[in-house]
Design a protein around this ligand. Structure first.
Ligand SMILES: [Zn+2]
Length: 275
């Protein structure tokens, strides 16, 4: 069974996971981190292991999972692999992400990003020597297009992207929380009881993570709905308080705070122009 290595980058208080799967002769990367230094840390780990990179597979269409890929694959011929849905959203949204992320991360947000070079069908099975992976395309959820990658014949090791953040605050600003909840239901029904989830943020987890994530989303949406939006600052503060009760830790709390007004607007509680 191939080994899995987690590479967590922590640039600007933003913990992001990417992974390397180590087969007998080759490596496969799952996601590319957000930043220049995150991508370089991946490349250094690849060099330290001393096996060639066969491919970089992308879980979903958010920049903290593909931004650093340009550094990961520098000097290699490895394809960047994604479903057509994930690829399409990355290409569509990248320029908008540039406008948001450049002021936040400066030169750590790569000046040029690279996009998928090999598209696979939903459900495709790929093998790289003894590393076997299958993709499950999920559509909108945490991002406008999500997928997960399942490792091995038994598919008990799952690179689940941001389907479940492991006890870190979450990004809901894309507004697809109903689909996200439906995806969590589908995964809870499909994944084996002893599954290991390797998430995009935080430590590895079991299937309990799916329940925790459902609770987080439901709590967040309820808190936004309960807000008195004639006073947006106060309504926002109440959501932050509710979510701090659900999860006292502060990791990625800026992502949750960025999500409050877009979700309120989507619920018709706040005019978008006032945000
Ligand atoms: Zn993420």
């Amino acid at each position: 069974m191939p080994l899995t290595h987690r590479i967590e980058s922590q640039v600007a208080g933003t913990p992001v996971n990417a992974y390397l799967i180590e087969g007998e002769r080759r490596l496969v990367a799952i996601d590319g981190t957000l930043t220049v230094s995150g991508g370089r840390a991946m490349r250094e780990r690849i060099a330290a292991i001393g096996k060639p990179l066969a491919a970089l597979l992308v879980t979903h269409a958010h920049p903290d999972h593909y931004g650093g890929a340009v550094e990961v694959i520098a000097g290699s011929e490895a394809p960047i692999v994604a479903t057509a849905g994930v690829d399409g959203v990355i290409r569509r949204d990248d320029e908008g992400k540039e406008a948001i992320l450049r002021p936040m991360f400066g030169d750590e947000w790569p000046a040029e990003r690279v996009f998928p070079t090999q598209l696979v069908d939903p459900g495709a099975e790929l093998s790289y020597g003894d590393i076997e992976l299958a993709v499950r395309d999920l559509g909108p959820g945490e991002s406008p297009h999500d997928s997960i990658w399942l490792l091995g014949d038994d598919r008990r090791t799952v690179f689940c992207g941001d389907q479940g953040y492991n006890h870190m605050h979450c990004y809901l600003a894309d507004g697809h929380w109903e689909s996200w909840l439906a995806n969590l239901d589908a995964l809870a029904a499909e994944l084996p009881d002893d599954v290991t989830l390797l998430p995009g943020h935080g430590d590895r987890a079991g299937r309990d993570l799916l329940d925790w994530q459902r609770g987080y989303i439901e709590r967040f949406i309820a808190a936004v709905r309960a807000g008195e939006w004639d006073d947006p600052a106060r309504a926002k503060q109440r959501v932050v308080e509710a979510m701090s009760t659900y999860l006292p830790a502060h990791d990625l709390s800026f992502l949750m705070e960025l999500s409050i007004e877009p979700v309120a607007a989507k619920l018709g509680l706040l005019k978008p122009s006032r945000s």
